[in-house]
Design a protein around this ligand. Structure first.
Ligand code: PEP
Ligand code: MG
Length: 324
C-alpha cells in the first residue's frame, strides 16, 4: 500500500468524474517542507509562523524572520505559500513572552496580541513581504479573527508595512490577505469577511473547540470533541456558500482536512482546497481518486439529515468501504 501511495505522488488529485481538488500542506519547520514536497503537495495552506518563534529564546529579528520565510517560499515556488501571522496565546506559549490568564483560549491570543503590539506585527509582515520579493507566491493569513474591525485594522497595518518596504526599495506586490474562520462569530460574519478579504481558510481545530465548547486538549472531554458534529458540518457548509457568494475561494486547514473520509464530505461542500499534515496527504489523495463528485454529494446529503456525530462517522466509513 505504501508503495502504491508513493506512486500517487505525481498523479493529480482528481475524482473519477474529473473534479480537481488541490491538496495543500500545513508547515512550521523546514523539515515539513521536504516531507511535503515528497508527498506531492501543491502548495502550503497554512504555515504556522509561531513555530520558529517557539524554538527561540527571544523574538527573532526582522532579518532572521525574512531568512526563515524565504526558505519556505522558495521551496514551494511557484506554488502558493499561505503564511499565517503570529498565533501565540492559548495552546501556543512563547517562553520569552509569558501570558498568564485564567482562560487562555478565551483570552489574549492570535490577532488580538498582534493588534495590541503593532511593533511585533509590522516587523513580521515586513519580513514576509521582503522574503516574498521576486517570487509572487506569498499569501498572508490572519488567525483568530472575530470581527470585521480586526480584519480592517490588520489590513491597514499590512498596507503600512508594504509602504515601508517599498520605501526601502523592495519591489514586491501586495499579497492576497485571508481570514481564518475559527471563531463562531466569524462563521456568522463569513459573508462580510469574504467581501473584504481575498480568501477564507477554516481552522476546524479551534472552530470545533469553540462551537462545541470542548477544550481541544482536554482528555476528559475528548469524546465530545468531534468534527462530525452536525453543528460543525453546517457551519463549514455555510462558510463555503458565503465565500462563494462573494466570489472568494475557501480552504480548510484543520486536522479534519487530513481525514480521508471527512475530505470526501468537504469536497462535496465545495471547498476549493484542503490543507493538511503532509503524512495524511497520500491517503486523502488516494480516496478522493476513488470517488465521483456525484457520490460525494450523495453521501453529504445523507449525512445532513443525521444528528449523531458517531452515527455520521460510521455511515461515512461504511459508505466509503462499500465503494471498495
Ligand atoms: C485550527 O485552529 O484549525 C488551525 C489550523 O490552527 P491551529 O491548529 O494552529 O490553532
Ligand atoms: Mg487555530
Amino acid at each position: 500500500l505504501v508503495k502504491g501511495l508513493e506512486a500517487l505522488r505525481d498523479q493529480p488529485c482528481e475524482t473519477t468524474d474529473g473534479r480537481r481538488m488541490p491538496l495543500w500542506v500545513n508547515t512550521g519547520l523546514l523539515a515539513d517542507v521536504h516531507r511535503s514536497l515528497n508527498h506531492g503537495a501543491e502548495g502550503v495552506g497554512l504555515y504556522r509562523s509561531e513555530v520558529p518563534f517557539m524554538v527561540m529564546e527571544r523574538f527573532p529579528s526582522e532579518k532572521e524572520q525574512q531568512a526563515t520565510y524565504r526558505e519556505q517560499l522558495q521551496a514551494f515556488h511557484p506554488q502558493p505559500v499561505t503564511m499565517r501571522t503570529l498565533d501565540v496565546g492559548g495552546d501556543k506559549p512563547l517562553s520569552y513572552f509569558p501570558i498568564k490568564e485564567e482562560n487562555p483560549f478565551l483570552g489574549w491570543r492570535g490577532i488580538r496580541v498582534t493588534l495590541d503590539h503593532p511593533d511585533i506585527f509590522l516587523v513580521q509582515v515586513r519580513a514576509m513581504l521582503k522574503a516574498g520579493a521576486g517570487l509572487g507566491n506569498l499569501r498572508i493569513l490572519l488567525p483568530m479573527i472575530s470581527g470585521l474591525h480586526e480584519l480592517e485594522e490588520a489590513s491597514h497595518l499590512i498596507h503600512r508595512a508594504w509602504g515601508e518596504v517599498r520605501d526601502e526599495g523592495v519591489d514586491v506586490a501586495m499579497p492576497p490577505i485571508g481570514v481564518m474562520v475559527e471563531v463562531p462569530a466569524a462563521v456568522y460574519q463569513a459573508r462580510e469577511l469574504a467581501r473584504h478579504a481575498d480568501f477564507l481558510s477554516i481552522g476546524s481545530n479551534d472552530l470545533t473547540q469553540y462551537l462545541l465548547a470542548v477544550d481541544r486538549n482536554n482528555p476528559r472531554v475528548a469524546e465530545l470533541y468531534d468534527y462530525y458534529h452536525p453543528a460543525l458540518l453546517q457551519a463549514l457548509h455555510k462558510v463555503v456558500q458565503d465565500a462563494h457568494a462573494e466570489g472568494k475561494p475557501v480552504s480548510i486547514c484543520g486536522e479534519m482536512a487530513g481525514d480521508p473520509a471527512a475530505a470526501v464530505l468537504l469536497m462535496a461542500m465545495g471547498f476549493d482546497s484542503l490543507s493538511m499534515n503532509a503524512n495524511n496527504l497520500p491517503r486523502v489523495k488516494w480516496l478522493l481518486r476513488q470517488v465521483s463528485q456525484q457520490q460525494a454529494q450523495e453521501l453529504l446529503t445523507q449525512v445532513q439529515s443525521m444528528d449523531n456525530p458517531q452515527v455520521i462517522r460510521s455511515v461515512v466509513d461504511l459508505y466509503l468501504r462499500n465503494l471498495g
